[in-house]
Design a binder for this molecule. Structure first.
Ligand SMILES: Nc1nc2c(ncn2[C@@H]2O[C@H](COP(=O)(O)OP(=O)(O)O)[C@@H](O)[C@H]2O)c(=O)[nH]1
Ligand SMILES: [Mg+2]
Length: 300
């Protein structure tokens, strides 16, 4: 935080940030789209942001225990200011949400907000995107934020998948996701941070979330969150000037996700075809072996 500004000044600045003040192209609200794996601190981060910006007592807005059974999906919104809204995208906690394109449909703001929807992979996702069109507001500006827990650690084997996830999210939204590392006091910090830097992530924030067990306000924790918002606001104003109009941007995101789903379905078919051909060959070889005259012990 700039030493020129006091905490109340910065808080007011964030609270009054509006897209009206920039070349907004018709965007009116920013969806801070949180994504990341289950148990990495997304819900806690939402509660932390509310605690810092509202600056009242600690409340639980996002349920830290709700681990999302697995066959429904929802994108839940938490309004932070008139302009900034946090979105908890729960699809990423599900098995295969990444492979099936579910997480990208959520990140691309192509699925409704605040509605429980039965989860369906593959072509079912395309139907849900079409059905959602009348509920989705194009005037929402999509800003991706990847939440990852330092405490969980990050092995080298996991790096390629996460990198691909981040790059795909970037290609979809036009913005390289900002990374929030939770549990920053854990000893894995340097290692995890270095691995994210190697993934070409531009902006990495490290922080310790406030939790129901420990929400004693310290200046360090409080300022870390305010700083995060100052930087995010800078990023938003930079990006928005380089975007075309909201309808156009949404159409691009839709095409991207449809193409992604299509490619995945094609690959699945190719894999199945290959498997079938392999089985056929194996059966053929087996038949040839069986039909060969057994020279060893023939009785004449
Ligand atoms: N000490 C500490 N605990 C955290 C932090 N972030 C999350 N937690 C705890 O980790 C658990 C999972 O967090 P949660 O927010 O539910 O993760 P989600 O599944 O991504 O929403 C909860 O018990 C939180 O209290 C953090 O930065 N520090
Ligand atoms: Mg959660």
């Amino acid at each position: 935080m700039s030493t020129m500004q006091s905490i109340p000044e910065v808080t007011e600045f964030i609270k009054h940030f509006s897209l009206k003040d920039c070349d907004n192209k018709g965007f009116s609200r920013v969806l801070l789209q949180l994504f990341g794996y289950l148990g990495h601190g997304k819900s806690s981060f939402i509660n932390t942001c509310k605690y810092v910006l509202d600056d009242t007592e600690y409340k639980i807005y996002a349920d830290v225990k709700n681990n999302d059974g697995g066959n429904t999906t929802a994108r839940i919104t938490y309004a932070l200011t008139d302009t900034l809204t946090l979105v908890d995208n729960r699809g990423c906690a599900m098995m295969n949400a990444y492979e099936t394109g579910e997480i990208f449909a959520q990140l691309g703001n192509l699925l409704p907000l605040d509605r429980e929807v039965k989860w369906s992979p593959g072509i079912g996702l395309v139907e849900r995107i079409v059905q959602a069109e009348r509920y989705v507001q194009s005037s929402d500006f999509v800003f991706p934020i990847f939440v990852y827990s330092v405490k969980k650690g990050l092995s080298s084997d996991e790096v390629p998948e996460i990198k691909e996830l981040l790059i795909t999210a970037r290609n979809l939204t036009g913005i390289m996701p900002v990374v929030v590392l939770t549990h920053k006091t854990h000893s894995n910090l340097r290692d995890v941070q270095a691995k994210f830097e190697d993934m070409d992530v531009e902006r990495i924030f490290t922080l310790e979330n406030f939790t129901p067990e420990d929400h004693m306000k310290t200046r360090g924790k409080h300022e870390a969150v305010l700083n995060f918002f100052l930087e995010v606001i800078k990023d938003i104003t930079f990006r928005i000037e380089r975007f075309s109009d909201p309808e156009d941007e949404r159409e691009k995101r839709k095409q991207f996700v449809l193409e992604f789903v299509y490619q995945r379905e094609m690959k699945k078919k190719d894999d199945e075809m290959e498997k079938m051909q392999r089985r056929y060959k194996e059966a053929e070889q087996q038949r040839n072996v069986n039909s060969q005259p057994d020279s060893g012990c023939s009785l004449q």
